[in-house]
Design a binder for this molecule. Structure first.
Ligand code: IMP
Length: 187
């Protein structure tokens, strides 16, 4: 069987769709360093809890957490995904809830990508129900053009084109998460 994914390919084909290189691992690492420095400043003296949204955010969260100098904790929750589709179903529900008690805590929601904004809107409302001391959001990618819902996003690493992306934790039908760089659908 031919491997679909090789390290640093010029293009990646998943389910007969071709993706071209878009954001390199170096560009991602540099941007995360800057965002982490902002978080260090904003939450100096606090111990925030990073809440990662599974599955897509686990790589971003791991790198962001290691780039922080302040002490922090981590927890995860999981939402329903797109499945094998490239467009949002328009419905969001929770598949795994938080284990940590976040009441009175400084929370940073860590998401891989904001597309329509439905998931983020759902998450922000959900987190507020637990009465955190503060709630911030750290997002790796924002498809600003696709987001119809007014959202407050505190830390956005990259605003990107409104096209499907894979790599660095993001998948297409569960394939492509392991790619160290981010690839975008050839339009
Ligand atoms: P939203 O609710 O439409 O903002 O979508 C958010 C979720 O959809 C993200 O957490 C991802 O799991 C998934 N998603 C949105 N766009 C992409 C993409 O371009 N590639 C991979 N997953 C995506």
């Amino acid at each position: 069987m031919q491997p679909t994914l090789v390290s640093k390919p010029d293009s990646v084909v998943i389910n007969n769709e071709r993706f071209r290189p878009y954001l390199t691992r170096d560009a991602i690492a540099a941007r995360i360093k800057d965002v982490a420095a902002e978080i260090d400043r904003d939450l100096d003296g606090k111990v925030p809890i990073l809440v990662g949204v599974l599955n897509g955010a686990f790589i971003f969260l791991a790198d962001l957490m290691r780039a922080l100098s302040i002490e922090c904790e981590v927890d995860f929750l999981k939402l329903s995904s797109y499945g094998a589709a490239k467009i949002s179903s328009g419905r969001v529900h929770e598949l795994k809830s938080l284990d940590a008690d976040i009441e009175g805590r400084h929370v940073i929601l860590v998401e891989d990508i904001v597309d329509t904004g439905l998931s983020m809107e759902f998450l922000q409302k959900k987190m507020q129900e637990f009465k955190p001391a503060s709630l911030r959001t750290a997002v790796l990618l924002h498809k600003k053009e696709a987001t119809r819902i007014p959202l407050e996003l505190d830390y956005v690493c990259f605003e990107i084109d409104n096209l499907f992306v894979v790599g660095y934790g993001l998948d297409f039908a569960q394939v492509g998460r392991q790619l160290a760089d981010i690839y975008i659908l050839e339009g």
